[in-house]
Design a protein around this ligand. Structure first.
Ligand code: KG4
Ligand code: ZN
Length: 401
């Protein structure tokens, strides 16, 4: 079965054509040499975050061009016009992200897909963005096979931070989630406070890695050291390895929930304190050393929380497989921390680390989720006369169909 998928839930426009087959062990996917992705990050950088109407405008502009590109790439022949293309390529259905995401952005994709499906007389399949992240992260070298249930998923992105359990294929239970900001959002906001460009995740990660490399020889990590008194701080110049100490929110709460807004505020206050205790002007930016120290301590805090909560979630669910997905799952340090946890404490659990090309938003993941469901006999087409809706960020993997 071949699916053309469209993803426009946030600031990435994605079009992909994927072929899927059902095997006795699960599913196999082949990207038909056609995927298109167009990051709007530079545009949104000016606003320090994603600006919904700008995203919508860009999606509207990008979609026809990217559809043509995707179709051309997947057709080995001289490109035909889009009008004749879809049937030539044996496409069986059009899948589109229904949510969660930014409503104006989602709508652009849905309307485009609806029109295309109608024109080509193909079924339209409505796909959940989080299910796309989850299922595609389980795919290793094109195969989604021999996965042992239950699967525990930690989905970490700019809009979501949640633990989902899949005890039966395509049935999910959310067993923990952020009570306020998503972790990617916290990365982006802290990056902004540190004067780093959007999206902030990779920027913070880079600085934190540099800091770790340069402090390798220190006997202790900053979080192990006691916080100095404010008199002590005033008496000596800034020293990153002693100075920056941030909280680990909800580390010891007896559930699998998260909270990142306090961590973000703690960074804000710590920056203010540093500026107040040094003799420089309030508006002057942090030094490169200070930025590195903040980036590292922030990422250490996130890592400590993820490790503790994942340990709890694995113990609570008895999951046999663990997978991470979403934009933040590209983070090298967090991947390593979770890998160590599984290796040391849960050697019987299989850890699925997503390929880096599919951690961020993309249309391949939408195609793969739509294919896995369709090949399992699930009908994701809207019912006759059903008014198709876009589901905003309030809904996670459990968004109603
Ligand atoms: O899944 P995604 O592409 O979009 C949403 O569905 O939200 O995730 C985007 C988020 C952004 O907040 C971005 O800063 C973060 O993923 N991100 C990272 C890294 N790469 C992207 N965060 C930490 N470390 C990274 N290497
Ligand atoms: Zn996403």
């Amino acid at each position: 079965m071949r699916i053309l998928a469209i993803e426009t839930s946030c600031d990435e426009t994605g079009v992909a054509i994927v072929e899927g087959t059902k095997t006795p062990e699960g599913f196999r996917f082949a990207l038909l040499g056609a995927a298109a992705l167009n990051s709007q990050a530079a545009l949104h950088a000016e606003y320090g975050g994603v600006f919904p109407n700008l995203a919508k405008r860009e999606h509207e502009k990008n979609l026809p061009i990217m559809l043509e590109q995707a179709l051309t790439q997947s057709s080995k022949e001289t490109p035909l016009s889009v009008r004749n293309h879809l049937s030539e390529l044996g496409i069986d259905a059009i899948a589109v992200t229904q949510g969660p995401g930014l409503e104006p952005a989602l709508w652009t994709g849905i309307e485009f897909a609806q029109k295309l499906a109608k024109e080509k007389n193909l079924p339209l399949l409505l796909t959940n963005h989080m299910e796309g992240h989850l299922l595609s992260s389980l795919v290793q070298s094109g195969k989604l096979e021999n996965v042992t249930l239950p699967v525990l998923a930690l989905l970490i992105s700019g809009g979501h931070t949640e633990f989902d359990v899949m005890r039966e294929w395509f049935h999910y239970e959310v067993i923990g989630q952020t009570l306020d900001d998503a972790v990617g959002e916290a990365y982006d906001k802290v990056a902004r406070m540190l004067g780093l460009p959007y999206p902030g995740g990779p920027e913070i990660s880079k600085l934190a890695d540099i800091s770790r490399a340069s402090q390798k020889l220190l006997p202790k990590r900053s979080s192990d050291l006691p916080r100095p008194s404010s008199d002590e701080l005033r008496a000596r110049p800034f020293s990153p390895e002693i100075f920056v100490s941030l909280p680990r929110p909800m580390l010891h709460t007896k559930n699998c929930d998260f909270s990142f807004s306090g961590l973000k505020t703690a960074v804000l206050y710590a920056i203010r304190d540093i500026k107040a205790t040094s003799s420089r002007a309030k508006e002057s930016p942090l030094t490169p050393e200070e930025k590195k120290a903040f980036a590292r301590e922030f990422e250490d805090a996130v890592g400590d929380v993820f490790v503790a909560k994942t340990r709890r979630a694995l113990e609570e669910t008895g999951a046999r497989s663990f997978v991470i997905g979403g934009g933040v799952a590209a983070n090298r340090y967090l991947r390593e921390r979770l890998y160590t946890l599984i290796q040391d404490e849960f050697p019987d659990v299989t850890f699925y680390l997503p390929e880096l090309s599919i951690t961020g938003d993309n249309a391949v993941m939408i195609a793969e989720a739509a294919l896995a469901r369709a090949l399992s006999g699930i009908n994701d087409a809207p019912k006759e006369n059903e008014e198709v809706r876009a589901y905003s960020n309030r809904f996670s993997i459990l968004a109603p169909k």
